[in-house]
Design a protein around this ligand. Structure first.
Ligand code: NAD
Length: 298
C-alpha cells in the first residue's frame, strides 16, 4: 500500500491563509483587529522559541500580538493580576500562558483565572466541560489540528475505530472527545494499558500523544489505518555525527510506510497545525466576543 505522508506545513499554511483573509474582512467591515496576548514566565528555551513563532504567526495573520515576558521569580499573585488585566482589556481577545510555569506557580489556578471566552488554548475547565458535553467552547489547538487532518485524510469518520494513546488534558482527552463527537468508536490508551498492540491493531485511526519514541511499531498497525503522530521526542542521531540529535514521533515512521494509508511526519505534521489552530481559535474567540457569525465574513 502506498502511504500518503500528510504535509502538516502545507495544510497549516492553508488554515493561516484563510484566517488572514477573514481577519482582513473583519477589519474592513467592522474595524476590529483580533489581539492575542502571550505570557511567558521563566527562561525555558523551547518555550521562548514557541512564543517567538506564535508572535510571528499572529502578526502574519494580521492580528495584534502582545507579549508579556517575566523572569522565573514572578509571583503567582502578580501573574494572576496580569491575567485579570488582560481579561478586562478590550484589545485582547485571546490569552495564552505558556506552560510549564515555574514550580511555585500553580498551573491550574492560572488557567482557571483566564476568562473562558479568551482561553484560546481551550484548557479552562469550562471549555473542557463544553467539549465533553457537546457544547460550543474553545477547543485545544493540537487536537483541533489533528481533527482537521483526519477530516481531510481519513474519509468519513463516523463509525471508525479510533485509538487515542495518551490521556493528557491538553491532547489525549480532548482528542478522544472530538472523535467521539464525530461518532467514532473511541478507545483511550495510556501507560497502564495492558495490550497496546491489540488495541492498535483494531484501530482505523491511531492518534499518539505519548512522548515515547517509536512506541508504535509497524507490526502494530492495521493495513490502511490513518496515523496522526503528536509525539515529539529528541533522540540521538549518530548518522548525523557524534552527539547529534533528531526529532521523532511516537510511531516508527519508516516501519509504518507501506502499512498505514496516511501518516503525519515528525517534524512537519501536527506541530505546524497547532500554531495555525491557535490563530483560528483567536479569530473564533474574537468573533464570539463581538457576536459576529463567521459566515458573515465569508
Ligand atoms: P503527557 O506527558 O501529559 O501525557 C503522556 C501520556 O502518555 C499519559 O497519558 C501517559 O499515560 C501516556 N503514556 C506514557 N507512557 C505510555 C506507554 N508506554 N504506553 C501508552 N501510553 C503511555 O504528554 P502530552 O502533554 O499530552 O504530550 C504528549 C506528546 O505530545 C509529547 O511528546 C509532547 O511533546 C507532544 N506534544 C506535541 C504537540 C504539538 O503541537 N506537536 C503539542 C502537545 C504535545
Amino acid at each position: 500500500m502506498k502511504t500518503k505522508i500528510i504535509d502538516g506545513r502545507a495544510m497549516a499554511a492553508g488554515v493561516r491563509e484563510r484566517v488572514a483573509k477573514l481577519v482582513a474582512t473583519l477589519k474592513d467591515r467592522h474595524g476590529i483587529t483580533p489581539g492575542l496576548a502571550v505570557v511567558l514566565v521563566g527562561d525555558n528555551p523551547a518555550s521562548r522559541i514557541y512564543i517567538r513563532n506564535k508572535g510571528k504567526a499572529t502578526k502574519a495573520a494580521g492580528m495584534n500580538s502582545f507579549e508579556h515576558r517575566f523572569d522565573a521569580s514572578l509571583s503567582e499573585g502578580d501573574l494572576l493580576k496580569l491575567i485579570d488585566q488582560l481579561n478586562k482589556d478590550q484589545t485582547v481577545n485571546g490569552i495564552l500562558v505558556q506552560l510549564p510555569l515555574p514550580d511555585h506557580i500553580d498551573d491550574a489556578k492560572v488557567i482557571s483565572a483566564i476568562s473562558p471566552d479568551k482561553d484560546v488554548d481551550g484548557f479552562h475547565v469550562i471549555n473542557a466541560g463544553l467539549l465533553a458535553t457537546g457544547g460550543d467552547g474553545l477547543v485545544p489547538c493540537t487536537p483541533l489540528g489533528c481533527l482537521l487532518m483526519l477530516k481531510k485524510y481519513a474519509g468519513k469518520l463516523s463509525g471508525k475505530n479510533a485509538f487515542v494513546i495518551g490521556r493528557s488534558n491538553i491532547v489525549g482527552k480532548p482528542m478522544a472527545q472530538l472523535l467521539l463527537k464525530e461518532s467514532c468508536t473511541v478507545t483511550i490508551g495510556h501507560s497502564k494499558t495492558r495490550d497496546l498492540r491489540a488495541e492498535c491493531l483494531r484501530a482505523d485511526i491511531i492518534v499518539t500523544a505519548v512522548g515515547v519514541a517509536h512506541l508504535v511499531k509497524g507490526d502494530m498497525i492495521k493495513a490502511g489505518a490513518v496515523i496522526i503522530d503528536v509525539g515529539q521526542n529528541v533522540i540521538l542521531a549518530p548518522e548525523k555525527g557524534e552527539g547529534k540529535t533528531r526529532l521523532v514521533g511516537d510511531v516508527d515512521f519508516e516501519a509504518a510506510l507501506g502499512v498505514a494509508s496516511a501518516i503525519t511526519p515528525v517534524p512537519g505534521g501536527v506541530g505546524p497545525m497547532t500554531i495555525a489552530c491557535l490563530l483560528k481559535n483567536t479569530l473564533t474567540a474574537t468573533l464570539k466576543q463581538h457576536g459576529i457569525p463567521e459566515r458573515e465574513l465569508v
